[in-house]
Ligand binder design. Structure first.
Ligand code: HEC
Ligand code: HEC
Length: 161
């Protein structure tokens, strides 16, 4: 259940990134990666047909995280909005198109470790801080990445790709 709540949270908050991008130039760059990602996501969704609601692990064989259990169509949405849009990258930043199972991309492997790090921050570290107003304070990929591969370390720095 926690995983489902969290994965929904990354999808929902992921959708706000483009509209907050500060400059026109950056917005254009974000739009072009969105377009490529949306295209690939649609190809993947269309290929699922009526298998879209089956658990992702019944379609794809190399899922090593809790993502194995989410419905196949949610996995694609998480890849698109949660991972891709949060970092401002296309699917190919982590994958060779058509070979999504391959492990030869360092970025894919880092992303998997980041995906495991996030619930640790939320459930072990944030949950242990008393007094936070929100009962379920969470961070997700967007909290740090904000549409960039490298999160910013100062307010003057937008981060970089
Ligand atoms: C920031 C990196 C990243 C981006 C961007 C990304 N993915 Fe992924 N993808 C992953 C990781 C990590 C896994 C493995 C998750 C696991 O082990 O549970 C994965 C797994 C998959 C799988 C399952 C492969 C298998 O055979 O097990 C598919 C399909 C997939 N991604 C599609 C996409 C699509 C389509 C896009 C773009 C819309 C995309 N991904 C963007 C990191 C990424
Ligand atoms: C608490 C902050 C934080 C969160 C949350 C976070 N990241 Fe990161 N991420 C970082 C930092 C810091 C780096 C290292 C950036 C650098 O190179 O200096 C990084 C690097 C990465 C990289 C490697 C980029 C490269 O090419 O060097 C990937 C891929 C990545 N994160 C994916 C994700 C994904 C996917 C999520 C959500 C599941 C996520 N991150 C959540 C802070 C975070």
């Amino acid at each position: 259940m926690r995983l489902i709540v969290w994965t929904l949270a990354i999808v929902v908050t992921g959708t706000t990134v483009a509209s907050t991008a500060p400059s026109a130039a950056r917005r254009m760059a974000a739009d072009s990666t969105s377009e490529a990602r949306n295209r690939m996501a649609k190809i993947m969704l269309d290929s699922l047909g009526d298998r879209a609601t089956l658990p992702a692990e019944s379609i794809w064989a190399n899922l090593k995280t809790g993502l194995a259990k989410v419905p196949a169509r949610n996995l694609i949405a998480i890849m698109n909005m949660g991972f891709g849009k949060s970092l401002g990258v296309t699917c190919e930043f982590c994958h060779v198109a058509g070979h999504f199972d391959k492990e030869d991309s360092t970025q894919k492997q880092i992303a998997r470790e980041m995906f495991k790090m996030v619930p640790r921050i939320n459930q072990e570290l944030l949950a242990a801080i008393p007094g936070i107003q929100n009962k379920n304070p969470i961070v997700n990929c967007t909290t740090c990445h904000r549409g960039r591969v490298k999160p910013a370390l100062s307010l003057d720095d937008p981060g970089s790709n």
